[in-house]
Ligand binder design. Structure first.
Ligand code: BG6
Length: 477
């Protein structure tokens, strides 16, 4: 049953691009097959290519078929009937006039004003132009107050540094209210990340120990085994820290370290995430030298679109500190990179070992702490390492694992993709899974001094490497 009642039009800028093909259309189709889209919905693609509605429908049919969705061709046909296409240039005001006219005509046919959702699936250098044109053409104005809202979805990266993020936000703030703006960090919609709050705030065995008295360190890793692929030109202007550090990794840190919001409300949750990101110690140049490592994989400069003398990082290792009562003195090791020895995203919380009569029996007791792992990739699971007596004579300890995995025995998992959740939350007007303007700013405040320090710093080169514990080594295989 579709429970979002208002007719809705979803406009996708960048309708033939990678993101739309790989994530948006499959997510929208899945939502449709689960009856989670409004009964009366339209999806309107907007892109430079001159396509007819039917040609665009064929394009999307291909996308759905390639994804291997297990649905009848009748389902696909009905879904495609909701699709339309408006060719246009992002920088051309007249194209927005055409789009506006088309949307108006469609609403006329419907006999009522539909809610409008604008999705910017485009390179960030177009954001400014699109915001302005959407506003100038009147598209940002809701046509019927609460019964016909207008919302805008913006992909990361939001700005290139603190200043550009603030400028962008200022512009966006003139055109839309904060509750109309949905800034995407798709990591927030990953099942295990959502689970961090459930896990932390509903299990009394962990909550009392969630502080610097019991936790020794936290390690957050986002490793990808692939290189930059075809995104070389984009990536070379961005680098790993902006690409996944300023957003995904800091959001993981925020969920681990934030205070209890008291009530489960978007406003409160976003505020607590913001508070903790804001409490990150901003580094001086000396601290940048001591606590950060900038790395680049050896073949990077030969990648398509990358400058041959590029010193852009494809890897970073930062030891961050949160200057508040709960976390003072606990290092948060933040590590991300491309072309690593394997693909994995994990958050590992290391509890301090107890000063115990049992541990004292063993000279190699430095290992003896509990370890809690949130595994986000390649599979999603949560595990706790604890210590038990090794069976047999005498008293020796051995580690054991308690694991919760989302996969059933056949290896398949049963939860929606992050982009499905992002669409659904936007349609419902729930901003929990989206970053606030202050969170984005706080993240840039932490990252910007490091980027500035790195500007002229040569990266450490690494082969396919950076094994456990980080710090890239030349030729590491
Ligand atoms: C994106 C980055 O935000 O996240 C990519 O731009 C990165 O470079 C991707 O590959 C990782 O996301 P996921 O969901 O595949 O871990």
């Amino acid at each position: 049953m579709s429970y979002i009642k208002r007719p809705t039009t979803i406009v996708i800028f960048g309708a033939t691009g990678d993101l739309n093909r790989k994530k948006l259309m499959p997510a929208l189709f899945d939502l449709y097959t689960k009856s989670l889209l409004p009964k009366q919905f339209r999806i309107v693609g907007f892109s430079r290519q001159k396509l007819t509605h039917d040609a665009y429908r064929s394009f999307v049919r291909n996308v759905i078929e390639q994804k291997g969705h297990k649905h009848s061709s009748r389902d696909v046909d009905i879904f495609l009937d909701h699709l339309f296409y408006c060719p246009g240039l992002f920088e051309d005001a007249a194209s927005y006039g055409n789009l506006s006219k088309f949307l108006y005509e469609q609403d006329e046919k419907l006999g009522q004003c539909s809610c409008k959702l604008f999705y910017l699936a485009v390179p960030p250098n177009f954001y400014d132009t699109i915001f302005q044109n959407v506003a100038d053409s009147g598209l940002s104005i809701p046509c019927a107050g609460d019964n016909g809202w207008t919302r805008i979805l913006v992909e990361k990266p939001f700005g290139k540094d603190l200043l550009t993020a603030q400028e962008l936000d200022k512009k966006l703030g003139l055109l839309f209210d904060e509750d109309q703006i949905f800034r995407i960090d798709h990591y927030l919609a990953k099942e295990t990340l959502e689970n961090i709050l459930a896990f932390r705030f509903s299990n009394s065995i962990f909550q009392p120990a969630w502080n610097n008295k019991y936790i020794g360190k936290v390690h957050i890793q986002l490793f990808e085994d692939s290189g930059v692929g075809k995104r070389g030109a984009f990536y070379d202007g961005v680098g790993a820290l902006r690409d996944v550090g300023q957003n995904h990794i800091l959001q993981m840190l925020a969920l681990i370290a934030m205070e209890d919001p008291g009530v489960f409300e978007a406003k409160k949750i976003r505020l607590e995430r913001e508070n903790v990101i804001q409490s990150l110690r901003a580094f001086s140049r000396e601290e940048c030298e001591e606590y950060t490592v900038k790395g680049q994989y050896t073949e990077y400069r030969r990648e398509e679109g990358v400058l041959p003398q590029s010193n852009v990082e494809t890897y970073f290792y930062i030891t961050a500190f949160i200057d508040n009562e709960r976390w003072r003195g606990v290092p948060f090791h933040l590590e991300g990179g491309k072309r690593m020895y394997k693909k994995k995203t994990e958050i590992t919380v290391y509890f301090k070992k107890l000063d115990s009569c049992v541990y004292k029996l063993d000279d190699n007791s430095s290992e003896y702490g509990n370890v809690l792992k949130f595994v986000i990739q390649p599979e999603e699971k949560i595990s706790v390492r604890f210590w038990v007596k090794k069976p047999g004579f005498g008293m020796k300890l051995e580690p054991q694992l308690l694991t919760f995995s989302y996969e059933d025995t056949s290896g398949s998992k049963h939860f929606p993709d992050a982009y499905e959740k992002l669409f659904l939350s936007t349609l419902e007007g729930d901003q929990t899974l989206f970053t606030s303007s202050r969170e984005v700013e706080a993240a840039w405040e932490f990252i910007t001094p490091i980027m500035e320090y790195w500007r002229d710093k040569e990266p450490v080169l690494y082969g396919r490497g950076c094994k456990e514990g980080g710090i890239p080594l030349m030729g590491n295989t």
